[in-house]
Design a protein. Sequence first.
Length: 357
Amino acid sequence: MHTLQIELGARSYPIVIGHDLLTADNLLPNVTHQIMVVTNQTIAPLYLDKALAALSTRSVQHVILPDGEQHKSTQTLDLIYEALLTHRFDRGCTVLALGGGVIGDMAGFAAASYQRGVNFVQVPTTLLAQVDSSVGGKTAVNHPLGKNMIGAFHQPKAVFADMNVLQSLSDREFKAGLAEVIKYGFILDAEFFAWLEDNIEPLLARDSDAIAWAVRRSCEVKAAIVAADELEHGQRALLNFGHTFGHAIEAGMGYGVWLHGEAISAGMVMALDMSERTGRIGNNTVQRGVHLLERAGLPIAPPSSMTPEQMLSYMARDKKVSAGQLKLILARAIGETEVTTEFTEQELNATLGKFLG
Ligand code: NAD
Ligand code: GLY
């Protein structure tokens, strides 16, 4: 078992990475008050009983949501509020997310907004959620016009990443999580990128030591970024490498058709293309990046049914648009990225034209 600390002053919290955390009989040892476990129809039959048993001495309720990105909406959020109100949960209660990024983001936003903010704990059950969405306090639901558009920053009190639960993930979901793992190599850690090149096969075979290291290193990189820029005034935006293009794919295709990690993979390839086009990197760096994503079994191009105009219309609503100006995360090398407005409309159109329509 390994514990990392996210350093955020009074809001600092631990990320516990280990095996059998869910079956430990002391999950949340310090919480004795009301706990609402938020999960979904797929995860409940696999892990809800275990989680409830691990919390057994406390006053625990649960709510089971429909599964899928298409349900990451204000309508589904209402089911969490309803459960909290029905069971008369008060301001001292704890909302515990047992699930992937969709459950984590929705439960987190419910915790941020219920009675103006209650305690929140993350038990991420997908690779993507363990390496990214459970850490850092971003919570949200989607709007039909844009991904994660309704949300809040609300840090959890603790994150428990149990390696065992990853064994029941489908291959497709597991690979989607690898996209975010590879992202950390691209944005900040060339050594980790090289480690991923050497270890992609063990990871795909779900070697537990390889996964544990990938989760730990990813969380270390994210923890450092979040500690330095919690509210994304600057370098936290690096975590969105490939996301401006990727979010447009997710929304444009209809939520849930492309998995988040799949869309981010294709988005990172487009960001690499823009980085080359704007003279930041050479083609060998692009090829190195594309090759690793391809070996991880991830898409390296956006869906052919999308047009440049369609993608642009979603990109114009990106959260990184400020005063009408779009910012992109572009690479200067493997392990070095920047948030920038220094690219031309022609360059962006050329990348969109190369991949779309
Ligand atoms: P997800 O939550 O939809 O989970 C993927 C699928 O796996 C679902 O069907 C789920 O029910 C199932 N599942 C979960 N755990 C399982 C397990 N252990 N065994 C078997 N099946 C399991 O998707 P995700 O990839 O975890 O998360 C994607 C979401 O995360 C997106 O909405 C994205 O916007 C969000 N996200 C948020 C942040 C953030 O910082 N808050 C960062 C990255 C992504
Ligand atoms: N996943 C992006 C962030 O946490 O900032």
